[in-house]
Design a protein around this ligand. Structure first.
Ligand code: IVH
Length: 749
């Protein structure tokens, strides 16, 4: 029986057969349970079938059946929706806040494409709908799947619910064999008000705004509830396609319209930024009468060939931008300032406010950034708010822009209570009492308690189990908090997660016997943890939650070092260099002060060179290699070294690593790319593409792009005017080609 084969070991054919069996078995169990009220199998056995089905679907998303059991809403799947891996990631948009940002967007694109400022370049401009995005998959014209954006890579399967949306076609004619239509699900103002009235009458919860109402309605486990909610859909983009829709964005939108999708009537083709901004003003004027919420205008490069040349950054396309409407404002009382301690120890002041409605949402908390912000200074020491500080009791102006956390923009000192005193920012961590210090040049005060600080430890754990990190099903922020404070079965460090099952087995009181748990959920949790023992290197590095090391940096590091041992060795070897950098920084500050006192220019270089010269050669090399990785600067490198050098942190990391099966990192794309895994350096002038484009292209083909030539360089692409790098490459015997050679090499890829 295929049942006994690990999902990872299944062939595609076996998977397909098994999915068919599972669909039948689950349907039979469903019928017995729901229709006949006479279950034939135990809940646990049922759960196992569902889980296996989901695991196979996750590994072979292309095999997911139209009648997949994961789509059957209403079945007893308490965990919620099944997951859908998007064939093409669902990204978000970069923002522009004023006309200058729009001009910059246009300039960046021209620069990237090597286009003249005067060359014609047109964009589409359309309202940015304030709803939630949805991807609809059509195969041979049939709607087969609908998924929310989720984290962009994996969304929730909401097929049954999407089928209830009136203007989502179930079937379309004349479409490509495979077509994923993307757009926004939203609720109109009148529908929203009527829904809230009905909810209130029925004694049910009302929604803060149409966006929440739309999201809450689409993400209902019971599709019949969704059916009763008046949702609508605007199509504005697409995902996977078997054939292109058109040559232009506008043409593609017209095709979607011809297939029967609602597209936004305010979509226009604009000839450059002036036109775009004029249309923005027009939409802004119409905003109040549209009958649905919008929060800005989206501009997209019209020519699809240019879109594809421009490509994507990690989470946003280069060819589009969202020009947001100005933030919404309101005045209220600042009742208190609380200090929260984050994962990296940052003390963040939070304003507790007398609740106030800002743009339709009730706001009772807002961020105050850091102590300088409260005092009336920006992070560089400059004066803000005319130097007015913010005090408890003040009358403050709150604003929010889109989804971002509300902020305090201003304070009205004329209304300040007489007894209001300047806020004293704590110099000790309110959670663990350790010193909270500010480093040179850092606006943030940080708790020095490290892992002994419970707030930091818990936040680190939450980050560790987060979606882009270990993503352990059934172990979210709430459970982490619970286990952290548990005396019987504590989780205080990441390694504790992986020893949970063994510790539970040794304990007298079992997790399964606790309130809110039970055999199935305990077993599910242990299984979910086991499933994550095998983990890609990039995820591990990201999961450690080291300051400055985001997802992108973590993956860059993983691709560069490929294995944990070589990564750890590199960080350890580079340690003296990081130490030297820190000392040099301090020496530089001292020299600057001294020079300022003596009225002369500071001599920085000798200070740095002297410190550097004393370093062991391997430390210097490791440091240069680390900071030579594109996107990894001195601050990331220093943060890595510092973390690895801290005893408690290091012990925690080592304990974790020893329990994991870390997968070697692979180059980004197809193994048949001739540059996959190679380190490439570009130098001199490129004539056929800009440097940024060449770099992005090389990276999508799996190459590592470095800024400097070393013995590790595999290929130097040298344009005219190449200088010292070309010479160094020649000395090192590094293969050197010109731009045409490069284009030939990557041609047809
Ligand atoms: S285009 C690859 N067009 O805004 C980019 N997005 O902030 C595809 N949105 O996740 C998005 N109206 O949910 C696009 N006319 C519009 C939009 C729009 C609303 C949403 C979408 C996206 C978010 C990004």
């Amino acid at each position: 029986m295929t049942d006994t084969i690990e999902v990872d070991a299944l062939t595609e054919a076996q998977a397909s057969t098994e999915l068919a069996h599972l669909a039948k078995a689950i349907a039979k169990a469903n019928a017995a349970y729901h229709t006949d009220d006479a279950p034939e199998i135990s809940d646990a056995a049922y759960d196992d079938l569902k889980r296996r089905n989901a695991a196979i679907e996750a590994r072979f998303p292309q095999l997911k059946r139209a009648d997949s059991p994961s789509d059957q809403v209403g079945a007893p799947v308490a965990e919620g929706f099944s997951k859908v891996t998007h064939a093409v990631a669902m990204l978000s948009l970069a923002n522009a806040f004023d006309d200058d940002d729009v001009a910059e967007f246009d300039q960046r694109i021209r620069k990237y494409l090597g286009m003249d400022a005067k060359a014609a370049l047109s964009y589409t401009a359309e309202p940015k709908i304030d709803g939630l995005s949805l991807s609809l998959r059509y195969e041979n014209g049939e709607l087969v799947q609908a998924a929310t954006r989720g984290d962009g890579a994996v969304g929730e399967n909401v097929t049954a619910n999407a089928r209830t949306i009136e203007n989502v076609p179930q079937r379309i004619a004349g479409a490509p064999e495979l077509l994923e239509v993307r757009g926004e699900v939203y609720m109109s103002h009148p529908d929203f008000e009527a829904l809230n009235e009905r909810q209130a009458e029925a004694g049910q919860k009302t929604f803060a705004n149409p966006r929440n109402a739309a999201a809450g309605s689409l993400r209902q486990l019971d599709a019949n509830i969704t059916r009763a909610r008046p949702l609508r859909f605007f199509a504005y983009a697409w995902g996977a396609l078997s054939d292109p829709l058109a040559d232009t964005q506008m043409g593609a939108i017209q095709r979607l319209e011809a297939f029967g999708f609602q597209t936004n009537p305010l979509t226009r083709l604009c000839d450059g930024t002036q036109d775009m901004i004029a249309h923005y003003r027009h939409i802004e004027q119409e905003r109040a009468t549209l009958g649905y919420d919008i929060d800005g205008v989206v501009y997209k490069v019209n020519d699809l060939a240019l879109q594809s040349r421009l490509g994507f950054r990690s989470t946003t396309p280069r060819w589009a931008v969202a020009h947001k409407f100005p933030a919404e404002l309101a005045w209220t009382r600042l009742d208190a300032i609380d200090i929260q301690v984050g994962r990296t120890g940052a003390l963040s002041p939070v304003a507790r406010l007398t609740p106030v409605t800002v743009g339709g949402v009730v706001v009772s908390n807002a961020t105050l950034h850091n102590e300088d912000y409260i005092a009336g200074r920006d992070s560089k020491g400059g004066v803000i708010r005319d130097g007015k500080d913010i005090r408890v009791g003040d009358w403050v102006q709150v604003y929010r822009a889109g989804d971002v956390i509300p902020k305090i923009a201003d304070t009205d000192v004329s209304k300040r209570p007489q007894d209001a005193v300047a806020f004293q920012f704590p110099h000790r961590c309110p959670e663990c009492g350790s010193d909270a210090i500010r480093e040179e040049g850092d606006a943030v005060r940080r708790c020095t308690g490290g892992l002994i600080c419970p707030a930091q430890a818990v936040e680190k754990l939450k980050h560790f189990v987060g979606r882009s990190a270990f993503d352990i099903e059934g172990l979210g922020a709430k459970q982490v908090e619970m286990f952290y404070h548990d005396d019987q079965l504590p989780i205080r460090t990441p390694a504790d997660i992986f020893s949970l099952k063994d510790r539970d087995a040794r304990n007298l009181s079992k997790l399964a016997n606790r309130d809110g748990w039970g055999e199935t959920s305990a077993r599910n949790l242990f299984n979910a943890i086991e499933e994550r023992r095998k983990v890609p290197l990039g995820r591990v590095i990201f999961a450690l939650g080291i300051r400055h090391v985001g997802e992108v940096a973590a993956n860059d590091l993983a691709r560069h070092y490929t294995t944990w041992p070589s990564f750890a060795l590199a960080v350890d070897t580079a340690a003296p260099a990081a130490e030297c950098q820190l000392q040099a920084d301090a020496a530089e500050v001292a020299e600057r002060e001294q020079a300022a006192q003596e009225g002369r220019r500071a001599r920085i270089k000798p200070v740095r060179d002297a410190a550097w010269a004393d370093l062991p050669a391997d430390a210097r090399a490791a440091w240069l290699d680390l900071t030579g990785i594109d996107g990894i600067g001195a601050s990331v490198a220093t943060a890595l070294v510092t973390t690895f050098q801290q005893e408690a942190e290091r012990q925690s990391i080592d304990a974790l690593i020893s329990g994991l099966d870390i997968q070697e990192a692979e180059a980004r794309t197809t193994a048949d790319s001739p540059v996959a895994g190679k380190t490439v350096v570009f130098t001199g002038t490129l004539e056929k593409m800009t440097r940024a484009e060449a770099k992005a292209r090389a990276e999508t083909l799996g190459a590592k792009v470095s800024g400097s030539v070393s013995a590790k360089t595999d290929l130097l692409v040298a344009g005219p005017g190449a200088g010292s790098k070309a010479k160094k490459a020649a000395d090192l015997g590094v293969e050197t080609i010109d731009e045409d050679g490069w284009l030939e090499l990557i041609e047809a890829l």
